[in-house]
Write a protein that binds this ligand. Structure first.
Ligand code: GLV
Length: 383
């Protein structure tokens, strides 16, 4: 099993599944045990290299659960296939670390864990937004350093976001949840940029605007921007929720940062490379009233030179999905993806994955990204 420490659960299981990190909760292990799997879990906190994962796959391995920090591409899918592998699940909703084409070439279904990260990740985007607006990081460092000598009218004056303009880049599940949280709490006017209109979000915020009117209040509005530039020019606060692919790498660069208001807030809980981090450091240095909240970084876990020294930046170590409920739910979904495929179940066909989080889960794999390409049958609840 290589140089790292591993532990085994359900050693008598007839199928072997490797899991490259300890996962929270117990339900996921029960699901794999019910599917007659022996589970080998790496107990090391180190990021495993491709070589180390290949050694762990060995000559017999039916399934694997991996992490966003690992490069699941040609080499690993070839190794998994050669070892009799039939299923892989990312322990994440994002899958930019997975080469889906390579998985398809080797006939390996790839799962992810949507649905359980939505509110939790949106909550972190909200947290970073207000940490920036109210200068929480700076103020806490000041206090801890013993510099507080008494209340002052001018001490850490921040920014009130009430009824200001909110820019949301990528209005999928998480972006839309963030927009709702900000509008309901702070009556902000939303402008979003997405390749596709989000009608459900527009309808929801439209109805909310009507409700505000019925209360004698000014309605909050929601509109889709034609271009990302339009959004950046107008918004007081911008939160990024896109996927990472070649079209979004360095979406926020020097030129686009220059379009933003000098005292705007920029938050990123999506993927680090969506922002050109070196350009961001330069921009923050030149614009001390510009504030940034980051959960993700371009070369994680490394940070670009100069970032940690900046007072106008709030940084946390990729913990947007870190609530117990979410992390246990992710484990349940990842295990259900692998167990479901190994049991020969079809792929689930609905965006609502909550039935898998309850006791009696459907006989299906909850989220298989390449189900169509691999011709995996789709769950039919009426059968
Ligand atoms: C976490 O970053 C995820 O994509 O699930």
């Amino acid at each position: 099993m290589g140089s790292k420490e591993w532990r085994v659960v359900n050693p008598s299981g007839s199928k072997r599944v490797i899991v490259t990190k300890e996962l929270p909760g117990e339900r996921w292990l029960e699901i794999l045990a019910e599917a007659d799997c022996k589970v080998d879990i790496c107990t090391s906190k180190d990021v495993l290299s491709i070589e180390e994962i290949k050694v762990a796959i060995g000559t017999r391995c039916e399934g694997a659960i991996g992490q966003v920090t690992e490069d699941w591409g040609e080499q690993l899918f070839a190794a998994l296939k050669a070892a009799g592998g039939k299923a892989y699940s990312n322990y994440a909703v994002g899958f930019d670390n997975v080469n889906i084409d390579a998985a398809c070439r080797h006939g390996i279904p790839v799962g992810n864990t949507p649905g359980v990260l939505t509110e939790t990740t949106a909550q972190m985007a909200v947290t970073l937004t207000f940490a920036c607006a109210r200068r929480v990081g700076e103020a806490e460092r000041f206090l801890r350093a013993g510099q507080y000598k008494g209340w002052l009218p001018t001490l850490f004056v921040g920014k009130l976001l009430w009824r200001k303009t909110l820019g949301v880049i990528g209005a999928g599940r998480i972006g839309a949840a963030y927009a709702r949280m900000m509008v309901e709490g702070h009556k902000m006017n939303v402008i979003y940029y997405d390749l596709y209109p989000n009608k459900a979000l527009e309808d929801y915020l439209g109805a909310y605007g009507e409700f505000l009117k019925s209360q004698g209040q000014q309605p909050a509005t929601c509109q889709r921007a034609e271009t990302v530039e339009d959004l950046l020019r107008e918004a007081d606060c911008v939160s990024v929720h896109t996927i990472l692919d070649e079209s979004t790498r360095h979406l926020i660069n020097t030129e686009r940062l220059a379009l933003m208001k000098d005292n705007a807030i920029l938050v990123n809980t999506s993927r680090g490379p969506v922002i050109d981090e070196a350009a961001l450091v330069a921009h923050c240095k030149a614009h001390p009233n510009f504030r940034v909240g980051l959960d993700v970084f371009e070369d994680e876990p490394e940070l670009k030179p100069g970032l940690v020294e900046l007072e106008n930046v709030v940084i946390v170590p990729h913990i947007a999905s870190a609530t117990i409920w979410t992390r246990q739910g992710m484990a349940t979904l990842a295990a259900s993806n692998v167990a479901g495929i190994l049991m020969g179940y079809p792929a689930w066909n609905q965006p609502d994955i909550t039935p898998f989080l309850e006791g009696n889960s459907p006989k299906a794999a909850p989220s298989i990204l390449n189900a169509k390409e691999l011709d995996i049958s789709i769950f039919n609840s009426y059968k």
